[in-house]
Design a protein around this ligand. Structure first.
Ligand code: CP
Length: 330
């Protein structure tokens, strides 16, 4: 008997639930949770733009206090592909009319939302809100702290590349503005959970104090950091966040750390290039390496972003069905 796409998804899920009601940090996820999320994401990926009725009747609100292209578009599309009602707010009341994050979130919760996606410039906002609303809070980044769904889509892209369910014996080099990167915050935790070896290459002024406590190997020389690695992950230089100059100039950074074809050749011959986007061309990655280059997996990351978010949204809408979060709203 041929299964409908919905039946295929239900069969893949096999009544499994995540161990948490919200996602503000990847530390909340066990290795079992990761397996469920990836398995379901891969299944959703097979059906691409098929409109499932799996979460019909549920509402998702995307509450973005900071701008986004990829994350907002994919969270919104993911919910729509699950037949949810969605709307997006930019948090202007909070910012311009002095409404607190908490009042904004509880207002959106009062629309009986099942999922509220939050991006904010302060670390910890998603975690605090998760204790005060009934909807599942999904962190779409909080300040310089974490970007959990980005970390998950990155890991799915890496696992697909190495044809394994872990990253044992694999080495990943992360290059760029580590200090201001919530992408690094989630990725390094997940890489540790899946036994990868992680190298970090950046100017010392963009290296957070005590970053070695994550068990990463530190490099100032990017070419040494790239030698023989399996995955090269470039981060965006976030100059817009810098109060003062952390580096002499972006041109100097590009010369010292930018990923060029020649530098990429120093990695293993099957190595892939990743970047969370938006890429600053000729600063993070040189123009000769285009997004559609065979070694570049940047657009696969985008594709996986949609699948991961579909997987999470569906799992969270199921997780909260018939169950309640236990928290004190006072
Ligand atoms: N990678 C990422 O979070 O991109 P956006 O800022 O476009 O969402």
């Amino acid at each position: 008997m041929t299964l409908t796409p919905e039946q295929d998804l239900e069969k893949t899920r096999d009544k499994r639930d995540l161990s948490c009601f919200d996602l503000y940090s990847v530390d909340q996820l066990s290795v079992t949770d990761l397996g469920v999320i990836f398995e379901i994401a891969r299944k959703f990926r097979e059906y691409k733009t098929y409109k499932f009725n799996l979460s019909k009747g549920n509402t998702q609100i995307n509450c973005f206090f900071e701008n986004s292209t990829r994350t907002l578009a994919s969270f919104d599309l993911a919910a729509k592909h699950l037949s949810m009602d969605t709307t997006s707010v930019w948090g202007s009341s909070s910012v311009k009319k002095w409404e607190s994050y908490l009042d904004t979130a509880q207002t959106l919760d009062a629309y009986n939302s099942k999922v509220i996606v939050v991006r904010s410039s302060e670390a910890g906002v998603a975690q605090v809100l998760s204790r005060h609303v009934w909807a599942s809070i999904l962190n779409a980044w909080d300040g310089w702290h974490e970007h959990p769904t980005q970390g998950l889509l990155d890991i799915l892209t890496m696992l697909d590349h190495v044809w394994s369910d872990n990253l044992k014996w694999k080495t990943v080099t992360i290059v760029g503005d580590i200090m201001h990167s919530r992408v690094f915050g989630s990725l390094v935790r997940l890489l540790n959970q899946l036994w990868a070896k992680t190298r970090v290459a950046c100017p010392e002024t963009l290296r957070p104090k005590h970053v070695e406590l994550f068990g990463v190997e530190l490099f100032s020389d990017v070419e040494k950091a790239l030698e023989g690695v399996d995955i090269v992950y470039a981060l965006r230089m976030q100059e817009e966040r810098w109060a003062t100059g952390f580096i002499p100039s972006l041109r100097e950074y590009s010369k010292m750390y930018g990923i060029s074809k020649k530098r990429l050749e120093m990695a293993s011959k099957d190595a892939i290039l990743m970047h969370p986007g938006p890429v600053i061309r000729d600063i993070d990655i040189h123009s000769a390496l285009s997004a559609v280059d065979e070694q570049s997996h940047i657009l696969r990351q985008v594709e996986n972003g949609l699948a991961i978010r579909k997987s999470l949204i569906w799992l969270f809408t199921q997780r909260c069905d018939g169950k309640t979060k236990t928290f004190n709203r006072k």
